[in-house]
Unconditional design. Structure first.
Length: 484
């Protein structure tokens, strides 16, 4: 039985309350997670505040950058430990962990170690009435204690996407991982000990949201800013908490992302891409595609091809190299996804493939498994077309004109991402500029340059992170005016 402890002020510790951590592949208990309440959160926040006044706050930029690179090196050295821990938490195949999620976590520390050293600040020469002039220049200072509230779908990747720039800028952090995925945030505490990060700079408090660690962390008045990735309802609650004290927030929230497929696309590459964007991580990717719009001449061919590929995905043991589909994160989430599968049929969907639970070996029969599912034939008002499901499913509909495609893609309360497939570069530029999302991929999906702005519009988020945009959130920019 594993124990997932808090990491506070450089040390692992337990608390009075705890809950069981279940493995998504078979629903067996794999560990005990200690739950942090007000006392643990207060301890962590005070440790983070003290570290700002201690050696961390006095550390040179070069020394801080060296530590960030050491963290990346240590994650890479313990690569297998992180892969194993995240596989146990999420149930996703080893290939997903090894080729995407864990390497990108190490990359987050490396890229922000570079960014913080190389992005300049502003300076202006200003005319004055006496002719002598003035010099205005900007400096960046750490914002302070950052509350980092993390999701369960790519735990280490999405947590380090926030922790790395926060530390690069000289802040301290208190991380609240999802209660579903505590392992890698705690394991990163071991990395911090190994590389010699000063105590209190990186803290982890486990627990839930309401009446637990999440609520206490976001309400704590010594937390200077809050960054969160997760569903929109939770983001709304955090924003209300942050309003007390006028504290900054950066949110990446839900999505109901659309993909547009034009008849002149590279068909095989498009299908390959949508297999990933609809079904990777069992559909539990905020940037994934749940709505696909295909130009009518290609519609039937595309639906048939994607269905064949969905049916070829193999659910199974994450350690099996032939496994290409993992389970959902929990039985509770499976109930939600299956409820949408039923809604789709009740609302008149044509079920192309899937729609239920796969038959699994006895050892995995109690896991949170669902079938990859494709529907057609629903109106745009249907629940499964409008609401985020966060499972391995998509609805496919035809369109006839470019203007119609744009209107369909934008007919959502969300605005996180989209992917456009066409060989017409002029069309790509025209359409991409009109889609109301934070990030648009053309003839690709999930291709990320960490220097570029990342975030959502509408109900998919507030603010941008990545490159200089992360520096803008994790620092206070101060203007200094020198009269000459």
């Amino acid at each position: 039985m594993k124990e997932f402890k808090h990491f506070i002020n450089g040390e692992f510790c337990i608390s009075e309350n705890y809950f069981d951590k279940l493995c998504p592949t078979d629903s067996n208990v794999i560990g005990r997670v200690y739950e942090g309440l007000e006392q643990e959160v207060d301890h962590a926040v005070n440790a983070a505040e003290a570290a700002l006044a201690g050696p961390w706050g006095k550390m040179s930029l070069d020394s801080r950058v060296a530590l960030l690179n050491s963290i990346a090196d240590e994650i890479t050295r313990r690569f297998d430990d992180f892969v194993t821990a995240e596989m146990a938490d999420t149930g996703q195949p080893r290939s997903t962990m090894e080729h995407a999620f864990i390497p990108r976590a190490a990359a987050n520390f490396r890229i922000f170690a570079d960014v913080v050293k190389n992005v300049p600040s502003e300076s202006f020469m200003t005319d004055t009435p006496d002719g002598a002039g003035a010099l205005n220049y900007a400096i960046r200072k750490p914002k302070g204690v950052i509350g980092v509230v993390c999701p369960w779908n790519a735990p280490l990747l999405l947590m380090t996407w926030k922790v790395a720039p926060a530390l690069a800028c000289g802040n301290t952090v208190v991380v609240k991982p999802s209660e579903e995925t505590p392992a890698t945030a705690a394991l990163l505490g071991e990395v911090m000990q190994t590389v010699g990060l000063p105590a209190g700079v990186y803290n982890v408090v486990h627990g839930g949201g309401e009446n637990s660690a999440g609520a206490f962390l976001t309400a704590h008045q010594k937390v200077d800013a809050i960054t969160f990735t997760g569903e929109t309802g939770t983001g709304t609650a955090i924003m209300k908490a942050a309003a007390n004290g006028m504290r900054d927030v950066s949110f990446e929230l839900g999505g109901k992302n659309a993909g547009l497929v034009f008849a002149d696309c590279d068909f095989d590459k498009a299908v390959d891409s949508f297999v990933r964007s609809a079904f990777l991580n069992c559909g539990q990717v905020c940037l994934g595609t749940e709505r696909i719009y295909v130009e009518r001449p290609l519609f039937e061919k595309f639906v048939a091809a994607l269905a064949i590929r969905a049916e070829q995905l193999k659910a199974g043991d994450p350690e099996d190299p032939t496994t290409t589909l993992g389970p959902l994160i929990s039985q509770g989430h499976r109930e939600k996804v299956l409820s949408y599968y039923k809604k789709a049929i009740a609302e008149g969907a044509n079920l192309v493939t899937g729609g239920g639970v796969p038959e699994m070996p006895e050892a995995l029969a109690n896991g949170a498994w669902v079938q990859p599912t494709i529907w057609t034939g629903l109106p745009e008002t249907a629940s499964v077309v409008q609401e985020e499901i966060f499972g391995p499913c998509c609805h496919i509909a035809p369109f006839d004109t470019e203007a119609e495609a744009v209107a369909l893609a934008n007919a959502s309360d969300y605005g996180l991402s989209t992917t456009i497939w066409t060989s017409d570069l002029s069309c790509a530029h025209r359409v991409a500029a009109q889609i109301e999302v934070g990030i648009t991929w053309v003839n690709s999906w999930f291709l990320r340059d960490l220097r570029t702005p990342f975030g959502g519009s509408k109900q998919s988020g507030i603010g941008r992170e990545g490159g200089v945009h992360s520096l803008e959130f994790y620092t206070e920019t101060r203007n200094i005016c020198i009269k000459l």
